[in-house]
Write a protein that binds this ligand. Structure first.
Ligand code: ADP
Ligand code: MG
Length: 290
C-alpha cells in the first residue's frame, strides 16, 4: 500500500482540483528543473473567436463560406470558431466532398471540382498559394497576438481570418511562482512566432518556441531532458506525444481525452496556480517519506 505521506498528499491535491495519478507525480515532480507550457488551451483559455476577416479582394461572405465548409470537418478550436463566425453572419457553406486534416497545419477539402485549403500561412505557401498581397496585414495582426489562418480555393488566396484567445486569469502569477521556485519556463506552440512571442512576454516565460509541429514538441522535450528533468503541460491531441515523453506529463482537465490519458497529473480545475501547488505537494510528500 502507498506510504501515508502520499495518501495525505493525494488528499491535499484533490482538495485543490489536482489529480496526482502516478507515483512519478509525487516522486518526480519535485526534481523537475524545466517546465514546458503549451500556449493554446494551456496558458490561454483555448476558446478562440474570430476577430478580423481580411479578403484578398473578393467578398467576405465567399471567404467565410469556403473557410467554414473546410473547417466543418475539423474538431480544432480554430475550426469551431470559424464555423460559428460564418453561421453568425448568415453565411451558408457549400458542400464538401472529402477532406484531410493535417495536425498543427490545417485542413484540405474537396469542394466541387476544386481543392480548398485552410490553415497556417506556412501551410498554404508550402502548397504554392501566393499570400504576398496579404503579408503586411498578416504581420500586423500576428504582432497584435492574433492567430492568423489563411484561406484558398482552387490555388488562389481568398484572404485571412484572425482569431484571438484570452490568457487564463492566473497565467502570469503561476509562471512567476514557478520561476521563483527555480524552474525554467518554456512556451512551446504550433502558433506563429509573433503571437507566441507576445504571449510569452505577457506571462513572463524564459523561452519561446513557435511554429512547432506536433511531432517536434516531443523532440523538444527530449532535447531539454539531456541535462534536467522536464515537465510538460498541455491540453491537446498534439501535446500527447510530448506529455508521454516528459518526466512529468500534466494535462489540463478541460483538455482532450488523449492528452488526459497521457498525463501523470491532471489539473481538474483548469487553474494554472495548481502547477506550483502540485510541485509543493510532491516536495512535502517526499520529505515525510524519508
Ligand atoms: P497549438 O500548439 O497552438 O495548440 P496547433 O498545433 O493545433 O496549435 O496548430 C498550429 C497552427 O496550425 C495553428 O495556429 C493554425 O495556424 C494551424 N492549424 C491547425 N489546425 C487548423 C485548422 N483546423 N484550421 C486552420 N488552421 C489550423
Ligand atoms: Mg493546446
Amino acid at each position: 500500500s502507498a506510504p501515508l505521506s502520499i495518501v495525505r498528499g493525494a488528499g491535499q491535491a484533490a482538495e485543490r482540483g489536482i489529480l496526482m495519478r502516478t507515483g512519478e507525480a509525487f516522486q518526480g515532480f519535485r526534481l523537475v528543473r524545466r517546465i514546458i507550457l503549451d500556449k493554446t488551451g494551456t496558458l490561454t483559455e483555448g476558446r478562440p473567436t474570430v476577430r478580423e476577416v481580411e479578403t484578398a479582394g473578393g467578398s467576405e461572405a465567399e471567404l467565410l463560406a469556403i473557410a467554414a465548409a473546410v473547417e466543418a470537418s475539423s474538431e480544432h478550436p480554430l475550426a469551431q470558431a470559424v464555423v460559428k463566425a460564418a453561421f453568425e453572419r448568415g453565411v451558408t457553406p457549400p458542400e464538401v466532398a472529402s477532406f484531410q486534416a493535417f495536425p498543427g497545419q490545417g485542413v484540405v477539402a474537396q469542394i466541387g471540382r476544386g481543392e480548398a485549403i485552410v490553415g497556417s500561412p506556412r501551410f498554404l505557401t508550402d502548397r504554392a498559394v501566393d499570400l504576398s498581397l496579404l503579408q503586411k496585414r498578416m504581420e500586423i495582426l500576428e504582432a497584435a497576438g492574433r492567430t492568423v489562418i489563411a484561406v484558398a480555393n482552387e490555388g488562389r488566396a481568398l484572404g485571412i481570418v484572425a482569431l484571438g484567445d484570452t490568457l487564463r486569469p492566473d497565467a502570469i502569477e503561476a509562471v512567476a511562482s514557478l520561476r521563483k521556485s527555480g524552474l525554467s519556463t518554456i512556451l512551446v506552440t504550433g502558433d506563429n512566432e509573433r503571437a507566441a512571442q507576445r504571449v510569452g512576454r505577457e506571462v513572463g516565460v524564459d523561452e519561446v518556441h513557435a511554429g512547432i509541429l506536433p511531432q517536434r514538441k516531443a523532440a523538444i522535450v527530449r532535447e531539454l531532458q539531456a541535462d534536467a528533468r522536464v515537465a510538460m503541460v498541455g491540453d491537446g491531441i498534439n501535446d500527447a506525444p510530448a506529455l508521454m515523453q516528459a518526466d512529468i506529463g500534466i494535462a489540463m482537465g478541460g483538455g482532450t481525452d488523449i492528452a488526459i490519458e497521457a498525463a501523470d497529473i491532471i489539473i481538474l480545475s483548469n487553474r494554472l496556480g495548481a502547477l506550483p501547488e502540485a510541485r509543493e505537494i510532491s516536495r512535502r510528500s517526499y520529505r515525510k517519506m524519508v
